[in-house]
Every structure is written in C-alpha cells, then in structure tokens.
Design a protein around this ligand. Structure first.
Ligand SMILES: Cc1ncc(COP(=O)(O)O)c(C=O)c1O
Length: 452
C-alpha cells in the first residue's frame, strides 16, 4: 500500500525514495525548496553540458514561443528547423555533408527513428530481407520497446523481455575486466571484439540491417573507452556486409568527450548518428538523428517518404533551445574545455583529480574520456571482486555525496548485468578548478564513509 504520508500524485521513479523538490539552477549548482545547494557533478544524467540557468537559452525559447509555438511537421517546416539542421550538420563535419537531420524529443525516440531508418534504407535499396539490428551486451539505447530490444542492460530490460524482439547481442570491450585476459594492456583485443560483430552478422545470413553501439559506453558499463582499432574495424565490417552503422551518441555527443562527436576520436563515419541529452543540455526535450547523404538519398530516390513521425518532432521551442545551446557551446569552445588530452583543460584537471580516488580501498578503476568518467568500486582490489549487489554500494556512495551537497550518478550491473557498482561523473563543461577540487574531496569523503 502507498504510505499516505509520502503520497505524490506524480508517478515517480520510486515509491521508496524521497525526492527533494528542485526549484532553481545556476551554473554548476541546483537548489532544492529548502534552500540546500547541490553541485551537479553528473550533469543530472550526463545531460547538462553548458551549465544551468543560462538566460540566453530561456530568451531564445521565449522568443520562439511568442512568435510560433508549434506547427505539425506534416504541414510545415520552420525557419528554426532549417537553420538548426544546417548548423548541426556543419557541427558533425564532412561525414554528414549533404545529409539531413530528423528531430525528436529525446534519446529513445531518436533510437527508434534510427532503427526504422535503417530498415527503410535496406528496403529502398532492395535488401528487403534485412531487418535485424545487432547490438552489444551491456549497452543502453533507451526505454521504448524498440530501443530496449537493442539494449543489453539486463536490469532495465528484464521484465519486458517477453515484449521485445530479440536480436543478437555481441561482446563488448571492457578493458578493466577484459574477456581476453590481455597481457598487452588491451592493445590488440579490439580485433577480437570486432570479430564477434563479423560472426554475428555472418550468422544471420543477410538479415542484418544495422549494428548499433555507444562509441564510449555510457551509463551501463560506465565510460568505457574502446581499445585501439576496435571502432575502425567494426565500421569496416559493417560496410563490407552492407550493414548500417548506428552510433548512439545520446550521452557522448555535442562535445562531452572533447570532440564534437565521440566517433571523431577514431575517425569513424557512421551512417546514422543519434544524439540527445547535451543537444539541448536539458533546456527542452530534444533529440536528433543525423542521417548520412547515402541513407537520405536512398529514401529520396526511392519511395520518397520516410514512414515515421511523432506529433512533436521538430518542435519549434525545443529547436530554438537546441540552437541557442549549440551557439553557446561553440562560442565558449566548450568541446575544447572537455578535451582531456589537452593540457590544462577542464577535463584534464578533472581526470587528474579523479585519478587520486584510486587510493581508496574500494576504488578498482577510474576510466573515461573528456568530461565523461566513471569510478568502479570493488570489494577486493586484487581479485576485482565486486560488492554483493544487495549492498547497493554505488547507491550508498551517491546518497552520502548528496548529504554533502554533491550529485553523482550511481549504477549497478557493470560486471554481469547484476553485480558491479560504479558512479558516472559528467559535470557541465563550465565547472571551474575550485569546484572540481571541492567535488572530488566530497566524493572521496563519501566513498570513505560508505566503505567503513
Ligand atoms: C546511450 C544512450 N542512448 C539512449 C538513451 C535514451 O535517451 P532518453 O532517456 O533521452 O530517451 C540514453 C539515456 O540515458 C543513453 O545514455
């Protein structure tokens, strides 16, 4: 029975947890209704990249709302959609030159859109038997049923399994716990993991339409950077088999990893690129699918119509927010700030400070790139034995951090889908050195308190 003292008319994410009402945001900080201040060290869930409370974004949204709040995309296009799509394609670079953009309200809708685009592309070019979408175990691509079917996150999909279409999930690089017992610091296992993609595609005898992956694993594994050569080989394998490569950059896009999109670190050209979160930095519900010229042309030259749509796709107010966010992050060179390979950058300083957490008895790994990092906890550093899942170690560290006014993003299941605890750290790129120093000190104290 619902406890009447904690009843809420909102169906929240948990009936057990208490949620403080958030009332204000500015810079890296959020405030609740009691006046408590929180440093947003995870950008909520790797959403906020430009900081909270940026007045230019609110102003751009208000201007758009006053002028034109909505039209249906079956009847009109809008100046904001046309201009913003062009700017986003430019931001994505030469790979998407001559392509186009499909705007949605978030990551899951964008993944659904990409899955359908991949299928339609194959039909348009006469490959009508291709419909399967292969993905990786320990991945997350969204909560709608199509996106969940290609997600490998056990906990998030378990009870819905009877409702989702099952396609193959292949192995995934996770070098802290590498499946290949590498002795060369995982310099060559990328080829072994890529070979699994090749085998899975071959095994389906021409039924695969696309392969989807997070170039840098997001929440499920915790900021795992792929080994050298892996992404390039996967791209080559997909291309060779006529399978589209979908890069899910919902979490890693828009500068978060220090490049405009994470695939640029490995010079990989996906056919479809999905992005959300940092796209609007949370100022409005927004996602996008960047469609390469080859895919767009196949539809344009074929049936001529994409058989898909949401009432709110290309919503003018969300697009005004996204466009203002893009201008803001470009003017302030926030992707550069997020480049952890650049000496003295915000991201390099964050990395350096987080490395200090390795001294803690329960910290097994610190990994990531740019402004996307994870701290993995272990019960035994020597054996990498995880904590029992029931202990909810990462959740307890996050709660201890919240008591200190620090927000981080706890996750479980990185080891086998159930056990394994980690935190995601993904602050806004406008965080300063003093704030990083304070945040890491609080995190260290929270870890120590939880470890006792
Ligand atoms: C990599 C990735 N893809 C897709 C999604 C789903 O996005 P949304 O929650 O906006 O629907 C997420 C959300 O965390 C994500 O991290």
């Amino acid at each position: 029975m619902i406890d009447p003292s904690s009843y809420s008319a909102v169906l929240r994410r948990s009936f057990r947890k208490t949620f403080p009402p958030a009332v204000r945001g500015e810079g890296v900080y959020l405030w609740d209704a009691r006046g408590k201040r929180y440093l947003d060290f995870s950008g909520s869930a790797a959403v906020n990249f430009i900081g909270h409370g940026v007045v230019e974004i609110a102003a751009a949204m208000a201007t758009q709302a006053k002028q034109l709040e909505f039209v249906h995309s079956s009847q009109f296009t809008t100046p904001v959609a046309e201009a913003y799509a062009t700017e986003l394609l430019d931001f994505a670079g030469k790979n998407f030159a001559g392509g186009c953009v499909y705007f949605t309200c978030g990551g899951s809708e964008s993944v659904e859109t990409a899955l359908k685009l991949a299928r339609q592309y194959q039909v348009e070019i006469g490959q009508t038997s291709r419909y399967q979408v292969i993905s990786r175990g320990q991945s997350y691509h969204g909560s709608t049923l199509g996106a969940l079917s290609v997600s490998g996150n056990k906990q998030r999909r378990e009870i819905y399994r009877p409702m989702v279409r099952e396609f193959a999930h292949v192995g995934f690089p996770y070098c802290y716990r590498c499946a290949f017992d590498c002795t060369d610091s995982c310099r060559s296992c990328g080829q072994e993991y890529a070979a699994e993609v090749d085998q899975a595609i071959t095994a389906t005898e021409g039924e695969v339409a696309a392969f989807i992956l997070e170039p840098v694993s997001g929440a499920t594994l915790g900021a795992v950077v792929p080994p050298p050569g892996y992404l390039q080989s996967v791209a080559e394998i997909c291309h060779r088999h006529g399978v589209l490569l979908i890069a899910d950059e919902v979490m890693t896009g828009m500068g978060r990893t220090g490049r405009n999109f994470a695939v640029e670190h490995w010079d990989v050209a996906p056919d479809l690129l999905v992005t959300a979160k940092g796209l609007s930095s949370g100022y409005a519900p927004l996602g996008a699918v960047l469609v390469s010229k080859r895919v767009a042309s196949a539809i344009a030259d074929g049936s001529g119509a994409f058989l898909h749509g949401f009432t709110y796709n290309s919503h003018p107010i969300s697009l005004a927010a996204g466009r203002a966010v893009l201008r803001f992050l470009q003017e302030r060179k926030l992707a550069l700030a997020a480049n952890s390979n650049r000496q003295g950058s915000t991201a390099a300083i964050l990395h350096h400070e987080l490395e200090g957490l390795r001294d803690a008895e329960t910290v097994g790994d610190v990994r990531g790139i740019g402004l996307l990092w994870a701290v993995e906890f272990v019960a035994d550093k020597g054996t990498k034995q995880p904590f029992a899942a029931g202990l909810n170690f990462a959740g307890r560290v996050a709660q201890a951090a919240v008591r200190r006014g620090l927000l981080v993003y706890p996750m479980q299941g990185c080891v086998d889908g159930v056990s394994g605890d980690h935190l995601l750290i993904a602050p806004p790129a406008i965080i300063d050195n003093e704030q990083i120093d304070w945040a890491v000190k609080q995190l260290k104290a929270a870890i120590q308190e939880t470890s006792c």
